[in-house]
Design a protein around this ligand. Structure first.
Ligand code: E4P
Length: 217
């Protein structure tokens, strides 16, 4: 499973990249605003800065909600850097734009996906990634992980190549569960990734090894 980090924070992206297990970055307008990155030019520069830190795919989201606007913005985003994947909302014009970009060889991540039907449409339109938001489904008492299973089944039935990018991952167990269910990618905060490291027996065992070494030296 590929690991993407879901942030626009350059320090965290650098830390994740240095760990050596991060395959890409996802951002969205809220994550940009959280870092105080505002204004079209600053946002575009920030995407380039992110691409210069990581080796993998960087999802950059359009703001337009109409086909022509999405095409205009998406083409500008794709021109920024070869690592950019154009992120489009799961609405009718988003699907049209997905087909348009896919036909041109520009990769697309369909975002704000909350149902198996939406994921089926994304695959039909040739999306590179589909982003089911599992945490936001959990937030409204709906099993987000179940959506990952449904999409996995559908995509496997028809051998769709669209990759399931489990998004809105909020904690470490989400990552483990997504891996069990066969998500191709997960995107989450650095804290959730770092949580995979933790085990008290590792810390206890290491302390014991070091103390025993000191006794003999
Ligand atoms: C995905 O691409 C989104 O940026 C993100 O995962 C949303 O997560 P949230 O529901 O925690 O805001």
């Amino acid at each position: 499973m590929k690991f993407f980090i879901d942030t626009a924070n350059l320090a965290q992206i650098k830390e994740a990249q240095a760990l050596g297990v991060v395959d890409g970055v996802t951002t969205n307008p809220s994550l940009m605003a959280k870092e105080g990155i505002t204004g079209k030019d600053n946002i575009l520069k920030h995407y380039v800065a992110i691409c210069n830190i990581v080796d993998g795919d960087v999802s950059a989201e359009v703001i337009a909600t109409d086909f022509e606007g999405m095409v205009r913005e998406g083409e500008a985003l794709a021109d920024l850097h070869p690592q950019i994947v154009v992120k489009l909302p799961m609405i009718a014009d988003g699907i049209k734009a997905c087909k348009y970009f896919t036909d041109k060889g520009i990769r697309v991540n369909m975002t704000l996906v909350f149902s198996a039907g939406q994921a089926l449409l994304a695959a039909k339109a040739g999306a590179t990634y589909v982003s089911p938001f599992i945490g936001r489904l959990d937030d409204i008492s709906t099993d987000g992980l179940n959506l990952i299973s449904e999409i996995r089944l559908i995509y496997d039935n028809y051998e769709y190549e669209t990759e399931i990018l489990a998004a809105s991952v909020r904690h470490t167990m989400h990552i483990i569960d997504c891996a069990k269910l066969g998500a191709d990618v997960m995107t989450g905060p650095l804290s959730a990734i770092m949580g995979l490291l933790k085990h008290p027996l590792t810390d206890i065992g290491l302390a014991q090894f070091l103390s025993d070494y000191k006794k003999g030296n």
